[in-house]
Design a protein around this ligand. Structure first.
Ligand code: NDP
Length: 247
């Protein structure tokens, strides 16, 4: 039980990659608190499906500082001010070509994905600083490394998180707090179901491993970076993209 006795906070655990991260961490012995923004029902079902007790879900809107801080207060109560791991997973897309992209569409993505990560990380850092240990993993994207047509807002938010993570890694390393990113490629979740079969075939052609990944394959990498197995890794971005983009 790699995470026995560890409290881990995951944003956006109600579905997709976050849900698999919650399941993986709980299976490995962690006590998990996770958030949802809309899907309370599926979050409660997820908790019921877990074999171990003590996990809880909380509503949080990353666009609202008040909501983030209110949620984190509840999480810290649950965890009695002991947070060993943080996974900044929640994120959105709002795709549009640059010339058609409304300022609101740009702001929504940046505020949720990048500003939201700042708010959560700042609040959790305070607790980890007192503990003089901790591990944070931020979910970025291959798109933050390559850019993508129609995703200027999303690509900028994910590239921003990588730079943010490195800065946090530098600031907190002396207190034994690590900060790393996991950059997934194409993962089977609701975010990618909107792709047509033809679009998927075109994508597969570019992926050396020739398939889309399952969310658990991302969860395992997040687990590695949260755990002591990666105790000398900080400021790193681990690509989980089937070889799609090699940095
Ligand atoms: P999903 O769309 O399946 O899930 C998104 C999660 O974020 C949900 O838990 C959702 O809660 C939560 N969320 C949405 N909006 C907000 C908000 N305003 N405030 C707080 N939480 C919110 O996403 P994926 O699982 O596909 O993606 C997870 C992460 O991985 C994201 O950061 C994404 O950018 C990244 N990623 C995904 C890839 C993929 O192929 N799927 C590829 C590369 C990166 P609720 O269910 O309540 O709406």
């Amino acid at each position: 039980m790699k995470f026995h006795g560890k409290n881990i906070f995951v944003t956006g655990g109600s579905r997709g990659i976050g849900k698999e991260i919650v399941k993986y961490l709980a299976e490995k012995g962690a006590r998990v608190a996770f958030t949802y923004s809309q899907n309370e029902e599926s979050s409660l079902e997820l908790i019921k499906s877990l074999d171990s007790p003590g996990h809880q879900c909380f509503k949080m809107d990353l666009q609202s500082e008040e909501s983030v801080n209110g949620c984190i207060t509840q999480v810290l109560n649950l965890f009695e001010n002991q947070v060993h791991g943080l996974v900044n997973n929640a994120g959105i897309t709002s795709d549009q070509l640059l010339l058609r992209m409304k300022t609101e569409e740009f702001d929504n993505v940046i505020n949720t994905n990048l500003r939201g990560v700042f708010l959560v990380t700042k609040a959790i850092s305070k607790v980890m600083l007192k503990m003089r240990s901790g591990s944070m993993v931020h979910i970025t994207s291959v798109i933050g490394q390559t850019g993508n047509q129609g995703q200027a807002n999303y690509a900028a938010s994910k590239a921003g998180i990588e730079a943010f993570s490195k800065s946090v890694a530098l600031e907190l390393a002396s207190r034994n707090i690590r900060s790393n990113c996991v950059a997934p490629g194409f993962i089977e979740t609701e975010m990618t179901t909107s792709l047509t079969d033809i679009q998927k075939q075109e994508i597969f052609k570019k992926i050396p491993l020739q398939r889309i990944a399952q969310a658990v394959e991302v969860a395992r990498c997040v687990g590695f970076l949260l755990s002591d197995d990666s105790s000398y890794v900080t400021g790193h971005t681990l690509s989980v993209n089937g070889g799609l983009h090699m940095v």
